[in-house]
Design a protein around this ligand. Structure first.
Ligand code: S3P
Length: 175
């Protein structure tokens, strides 16, 4: 019986990687973070890639990776926040499993991404908060096509339990 993938999407800083990793551990799935996978493939960080080849080159690599992932199962996939802007990526991923969108407020997103080492090229701006608000507005309709899970005021553990309930996947207890 095929075992569908679980795909976490949502804006930068909504916790896709943290939760994805925890969820995969809980249900014994492999975990893939699309940004990390691309960095591994090209031997450069996403920020370096944006700088040397531009965003379009990054988006091409994202789509190529989606094609590969669409052949696989039993994966928890954390997407880069812009991957679902391409409807072809969404269609390919949807065939392999359910997509859930994590959400957080602009203030929380700013606080989280400011704390992380990972540089988000799209937020390297004099006023990152204004950029977050503008991008959230631009992407609202796209993110809203997926079931939403707010990550505000919830611990990673609580969120994993909610995700498990949503996907109705639980690790079978050992006899
Ligand atoms: C992007 C989000 C980033 C990364 C790239 C572009 C976006 O991933 O893919 O910087 O367009 O929202 P995270 O959502 O994991 O930060």
């Amino acid at each position: 019986m095929p075992q569908p993938n679980i795909i976490l999407t949502g804006f930068m800083g909504t916790g896709k990687t943290t939760l994805g990793r925890l969820l995969a551990e809980r249900i014994d799935y492999d975990f893939i973070d699309t940004d990390a996978e691309i960095e591994k493939q090209i031997g450069q960080t996403i920020a370096e890639l944006f700088q040397t080849q531009g965003e379009a080159a990054f988006r091409k690599l994202e789509s190529k990776l989606v094609e590969d992932l669409a052949q696989k199962e039993r994966l928890v996939i954390a997407t880069g926040g812009g991957l679902v802007l391409n409807p072809k990526n969404v269609a390919a991923l949807r065939k392999t499993g359910g997509i859930i969108c994590l959400t957080a407020s602009a203030d929380e997103i700013l606080a989280r991404v400011s704390k992380q080492e990972d540089v988000r090229p799209l937020l390297k701006e004099r006023n990152p908060q204004a950029k977050i608000i503008a991008l959230l507005r631009q992407r609202e309709a796209i993110y809203q096509q997926f079931p939403q899970l707010s990550t505000s005021k919830r611990t990673p553990e609580e969120l994993v339990n909610l995700l498990l309930k949503h996907t109705s996947l639980r690790k079978t207890p050992s006899p």
